[in-house]
Design a protein around this ligand. Structure first.
Ligand code: PLP
Length: 459
């Protein structure tokens, strides 16, 4: 049944992947969207890699704490003290979720991009990065003159190239993806850590796709820093985190200059405080941090292995089903990459990815992403420089969503779309779209805003 979830602690995995239920209930899991034929369907959200829906547990927690919300840190009032305690305990929970060591610092940021830009201002030396990265883990380093290493055709060969690069120059930091937002693949983090530490280099992990879909531990992996986003971790309330070694974060340039980051200010000088406050100037996102902590607690309470097993079953079915369709190609970077997360990118030979994505939405109620996924060098390396289509799953994904996608892609290739599609401002749309708008305040039109967003979406 759409919109249902397996009882927490029970297996959501039946023998047939098509019958897989959501692992946890998400807000909007049963929301219906209109189709061009006048009917409606439960929205098949296959775009978790971009932003995941809120867990119901997160929304409940936000509703619980909102009446207690007040200014934090310097407020003398009772609710200010309650809010401060909730914010600081959220910080502890977030750090614990990613295996923070005793002396690690947890900084509440806006998202992964923010976290990595913050860290980039604190690294006291040269940085090495691979060319497969999401722009969030490429541009902050490239901007400060990092060496960008080309990945090789296998994980093993890429680790060799990394070892050679680390031996050739003393890098302070290597920044690696925990899981690719295009293929779901990754280098084994513990092996990267071993190579890097042997060369005296620290490791930062872009955990945007890894943390919500597999979990991650700094202590167990030995990595020095991890960055991740609340909106990809079922807590879309504007917070993310950077967690890791204290020394660079205590000494680095304060990320933002402003209140809360200082010990003392005179007209002609300032004494900055230490991390985390050093990098959290301005009023913090208290509710965002509490929401992210609630998501961390909920994911951490799942039975061991349940998250990975749920996503693995859905990913395997997606990959096998797509590969079985003539004319569809699933892109992979490394055949020897172990246990990719539930992110699958594919192309449909001879068909514009934007058209296929518009068709999937308008005729089947399926949300995927098309374009270059903020990973231009990687898309070029994968042989799809003009873009592709990405389907991604998470705790709210049901087997039916995956089956629906497979059936819809097969029907598209067999019969073509039923509606007519046109390109408006570079964006594929249904011609004379008659789908009714969902009744919610502030939604005056869909087509105009979709077209306005289409340029960046192609990123
Ligand atoms: N890194 C990876 C691997 C991502 O997938 C993303 C977003 O898609 C980011 C970084 C940036 O995340 P955010 O937009 O939340 O800052």
């Amino acid at each position: 049944m759409p919109g249902t979830a397996a009882a927490p602690g029970t297996s959501a995995l039946p023998d047939r992947p098509a019958e897989t239920l959501a692992l946890l209930p998400v807000v909007g899991g049963a929301t219906r969207v209109p189709l061009v034929d006048g009917t409606s369907r439960v929205y098949a959200n296959l775009d978790y890699a971009a932003s995941a829906p809120a867990l119901e547990a997160v929304a409940d927690r936000v509703n619980e704490v909102l009446p207690l919300y007040a200014s934090v840190h310097r407020g003398a009032g009772y609710l200010s003290q309650v809010s401060t305690a909730l914010y600081e305990s959220a910080r502890t929970t977030i750090g614990r979720f990613v295996g923070a060591r005793e002396d690690d610092v947890t900084i509440v940021t806006r998202n992964t991009t923010d976290s990595l830009n913050l860290l980039a201002g604190c690294v006291p030396g040269d940085v090495l990065v691979l060319d497969l990265e999401h722009h969030a883990n490429l541009l902050p380093w490239q901007r400060r003159g990092a060496t960008v290493l080309e990945v090789a055709g296998t994980v093993a060969a890429t680790l060799d190239a990394l070892r050679a690069a680390l031996a050739a120059h003393p890098y302070a930091l290597v920044a690696v993806s925990g899981a690719s937002n295009v293929t779901g693949e990754s280098l084994p983090v513990a092996e990267v850590v071993a190579l890097a530490h042997a060369a005296g280099t620290r490791v930062a992990v872009d955990g945007a796709q890894l943390v919500p879909h597999r979990g991650f531990s700094l202590a167990r992996s030995g990595a020095d820093y991890v960055a991740f986003s609340g909106h990809k971790t079922y807590a879309p309330f504007g917070a993310g985190a950077l967690v890791g070694r204290r020394d660079w974060l205590d000494a680095g340039e304060p990320y933002l200059a402003g209140g809360g980051a200082v010990r003392d200010v005179r007209p002609d000088r300032v004494v900055w405080t230490t991390a985390p406050a050093r990098h959290e100037a301005g009023s913090p996102n208290v509710i965002g941090a509490i929401a992210l902590a609630a998501a961390c607690d909920t994911l951490a309470a799942l039975p061991d292995g349940a998250l990975a097993a749920h996503e693995r079953a859905l990913r395997d079915r997606l990959v096998d089903g797509l590969q079985a369709i003539d004319g569809v190609e699933v892109v992979r970077l490394w055949a020897d990459s172990a246990d990719p997360v539930g992110v699958v990118t594919f192309s449909v030979a001879g068909h514009d990815p934007g058209l296929v994505a518009a068709y999937l939405s308008a005729e089947h109620g399926i949300g995927v992403r098309d374009g270059r996924f903020c990973a231009h060098p990687l898309l070029a390396r994968l042989g799809v420089p003009a873009g592709a289509i990405r389907a991604s799953v998470g705790v709210g994904t049901e087997g039916e969503f995956v089956e629906r996608l497979l059936g819809a892609v097969a029907a598209y290739l067999a019969d073509g779309p039923r509606a007519r599609y046109v390109v408006v401002d570079g964006c594929w749309q249904v011609e004379a779209d008659s789908r009714p708008l969902i009744q919610v305040g502030g939604l005056a039109a869909l087509a105009a805003t979709a077209a306005a967003a289409c340029g960046p979406a192609l990123d």
